[in-house]
Design a protein around this ligand. Structure first.
Ligand code: ADP
Length: 480
């Protein structure tokens, strides 16, 4: 059985800020069915889940990073709490914080470079000394993007020089860019390969990964096409590395996300009785949050970041409410303080029909998927998007912009698809989509027929896990 180590800064249930956490927590489980033994290593944050577990220390080590001596510990989760091995890197001072990425002000921590470089260096130091052996290293997003370079060009990690490294892009907009003045944080490397670290005169972790990894994939085929064709500073790089690039759509973990057993829910789906499940879930949520349950409910769950288009949602809501379109909107999200504020202003304006909860709350998120009639995703870009798949699994019809992985997973009902689609970055289009949704809702027979259809969609991991297996097989072949 081949062994893969996923190196990531998120893994559900230990630490999750978004979709990458779900993916890294689920893919290893489904790879097992493909005869691949996958383990995961993440930083040891102070999340509730991590604090409640027991870890065994496997190794202590130190390395010099700039002016600091970094002391790290590699620990392994004790007891069979997860169906795969989970390792954590304990670096006091860098990771023992509750929030994964964001400081109090809603922006990234100021010592991001130290944190991510420190993590990557600790993982590689461990892999060079007494760790279990892994056939492939699988890195996720820019936070681990220097690893494909480090293993090839740093003397300190020479035992790993030939180790295949795959790299998955969950979000190509975040790039881990820092000035060359920060190079003191890096381990010594072969200077002839300086250029691999550089993009536009700065150290760019994402660009480094694209240049140095053995294989690069995005989390949907359409997103890879967009990266290769849309105006962006990295377009040329994606094009020149296109031979090793592909797109593999994410799946969802149907066991963890099952409306008939979900432990976060109080109301469960009984057999095929969607009508009762949806109406009970909706009335409970609406009652608790002071909304009328007789109106259609549109949900929104997501990071408050320009990417997710909360401002498009706000504008479509104001537009349609001015025209007295009847529906309730339930928003759950957190992040950028300005976006959070504008969502709260929307709630103040339309308090009877709009509820906005600024929080990261797994339980409430699942209740919203279960209670909503529709789920809105007005994203400006969306590498894959999991919300639309969770929504369908819980009987909620997606209203999405035509972009990224949403194109791969939500064709419009006009084309015999499973959702309502509007043009990207188009508030008027979003408002029109709300009209289309309410029109559909007013014809309950048609609406329920579509709801039945979306609940039958299969977004399970099995197909995609097979694709990852193929990817691993291809890189292993090249090592021979
Ligand atoms: P991204 O990774 O870009 O944030 P995805 O659609 O890939 O977006 O995944 C988002 C994941 O994070 C889903 O599991 C969604 O339910 C969850 N999520 C997003 N915001 C919140 C929140 N405020 N509270 C709870 N879960 C959230």
């Amino acid at each position: 059985m081949k062994k893969v180590l996923h190196i990531s800064t998120e893994c559900y249930p230990a630490a999750k800020a978004g979709g990458m956490g779900d993916v890294v927590g689920a893919l290893p489980i489904y790879l097992k069915d493909q005869d691949i033994k996958a383990s995961v290593i993440i930083p040891k944050y102070k999340t509730n889940w991590i604090r409640s577990q027991i870890f065994e220390t496997l190794q202590f080590g130190t390395f010099q990073m700039g002016d600091q001596t970094i002391k790290y510990g590699i620990q392994k989760l004790l007891k069979k709490k997860l169906p795969f091995h989970l390792y954590v890197v304990d670096i006091p001072g860098l990771f023992d914080r509750e929030s994964i990425y964001l400081a109090e002000d809603g922006h990234g921590y100021k010592d991001e470079a130290e944190r991510f470089i420190g993590f990557q260096r600790a993982v590689l130091s461990w892999l060079c000394h007494d760790s279990p052996t892994f056939d492939i290293l699988h890195c996720h997003d820019h936070m681990t993007g220097l690893i494909p370079f480090f293993v090839k060009h740093c003397a300190a990690y020479s035992p790993l020089k030939k180790k295949p490294v795959c790299f998955t892009i969950h979000n190509g907009q975040y790039r881990g860019v820092f000035p060359w003045s920060q190079r003191k944080l890096l381990p010594g490397f072969d200077e002839r390969f300086n250029g691999l670290l550089d993009w536009d005169g700065q150290i760019n972790s994402l660009a480094t990964a694209i240049k140095s990894a053995w294989r690069v994939n995005t989390v949907s085929p359409n997103y890879m096409q967009e990266l290769m064709n849309q105006p962006d500073t990295l377009r040329q790089l994606y094009q020149s590395e296109s031979k090793k690039c592909s797109g593999i759509i994410n799946g969802i973990d149907n066991d963890l996300w099952d409306p008939s057993t979900d432990s976060y829910l109080e109301t469960h789906l009984d057999g095929d009785n969607w009508k009762e499940f949806k109406s009970e879930s909706k009335s409970k949520l609406c009652r608790e949050f002071g909304l009328s349950s007789s109106k259609a409910l549109i949900g929104y769950i997501g990071r408050m970041a320009p990417q997710k288009g909360a401002d498009i949602l706000t504008s479509a809501t104001i537009d349609t409410k001015k025209q007295e379109l009847e529906y309730n909107l339930f928003v759950l999200g957190s992040g950028d303080k300005d976006i959070e504020h504008s969502m709260k202003v929307l709630e103040d304006q339309y308090g009877d029909e709009v509820r906005v909860i600024i929080a990261y709350d797994e339980k409430l998120a699942r209740r919203i998927y279960a209670a909503s009639d529709f789920l809105a995703m007005p994203s400006r870009f969306e590498p894959c998007g999991l919300n639309q798949m969770y929504a369908m699994r819980y009987g909620s019809i997606p209203i999405v912009s035509h972009v990224g992985g949403l194109v791969d997973t939500v064709p419009d009902i006009k084309d015999d698809g499973n959702g309502i689609v509007f043009d990207v970055d188009d508030p008027n289009g979003c408002a029109d989509a709300f009209y289309r949704a309410m029109n559909l809702y007013s014809d309950q027979k048609k609406f329920k027929k579509l709801r039945d259809k979306v609940t039958e969609e299969d977004f399970s991991w099995d197909k995609s896990a097979k694709k990852y297996k193929k990817l691993y097989k291809a890189v292993l072949k090249e090592t021979k």
